[in-house]
Design a protein around this ligand. Structure first.
Ligand code: BTN
Length: 243
């Protein structure tokens, strides 16, 4: 595995995407930064992390003949890999909040930002960005966030967590590539926060509605039975769950 370790960069995702254009980094290349000056989150948000305390990494996965419609399976596999590692560290009450926030209880422990490189009908590569709170012991008030160390009461060496995470990601992606997509769907649904429960959702237009989460479909869209009685599916960025 090629590990590029940086003291600081704007965003490890941006760094790796730039590298992909300029050079030919191998599958599995990892970019890790102690400090991100413009860490990217979902929906154009910023990702803020205490320098040197947490994992802020981007991993390159290259694919051959993977259908573009399988994009979400890569982010499902990433969520499942993180869950696998957190279980090993005995982090309590792990859940995945759709689409791919990892929670302990109701507090966010990890964010994932996958940026896909699609050519025609195929997904050629994915830059998998992971911000995992490992040893940070304080978060701004009102930010429902936590870290592994706050949850298990001890700090962990970042290099060990990185090694565990890259191994788990490799396993989960290979499992998805070699089996039916329904396997990943079922494993994801087992961890899905709010499944079978009535939850509140908001839309980018500022509306809100409630409904019972049924699960996800085979391309990772959330299936919700709305209070109005209709069962609807929602893609990435179409709705957010209100915690
Ligand atoms: C989110 O929950 O909004 C996604 C956060 C993803 C943050 C990670 S940190 C490493 C990688 N580089 C970035 O700029 N973002 C991702």
């Amino acid at each position: 595995m090629l590990l590029i370790k940086l003291d600081a960069t704007d965003s490890t995702n941006a760094y790796l995407k730039d590298l992909l254009v300029k050079q030919n980094p191998p599958d599995g290349t990892v970019v890790q930064a102690d400090c991100q000056k413009k860490g990217r989150g979902q929906l154009g948000r910023e990702w803020i992390s205490d320098p040197g305390k947490n994992l802020t990494i981007s991993i390159l996965k290259r694919f051959d003949q993977l259908k573009a419609s399988d994009q979400f399976a890569i982010s499902i596999s990433t969520s499942l890999a993180i869950v696998e590692v957190l279980k090993r560290y005995e982090v309590p009450d792990i859940r995945v909040k759709w689409p791919n926030d990892i929670l302990s209880g109701k507090q966010k422990l990890c964010g994932i930002l996958v940026e896909n490189i699609v050519k025609g009908a195929y997904l050629k590569a994915a830059v998998i960005g992971i911000g995992l709170n490992v040893n940070q012991d304080q978060f701004p008030p009102g930010l429902k966030a936590t870290s592994i160390s706050l949850q298990i009461g001890k700090e962990l060496p970042l290099e060990n967590v990185l090694k565990d995470l890259t191994g788990a990601l490799e396993r989960q992606i290979n499992k998805f590539l070699s089996g039916p997509v329904e396997n990943a769907q079922v494993s994801y649904e087992e961890m899905l926060y709010g499944k079978g429960e009535r939850m509140l959702f908001s839309t980018p237009l500022g509306d809100s509605f409630s409904g019972v989460i049924q699960g996800i479909d085979t391309i990772g869209r959330l299936v919700v039975k709305r209070d109005s009685g209709t069962e609807d599916t929602y893609g990435l960025n179409e709705i957010r769950m209100v915690l």
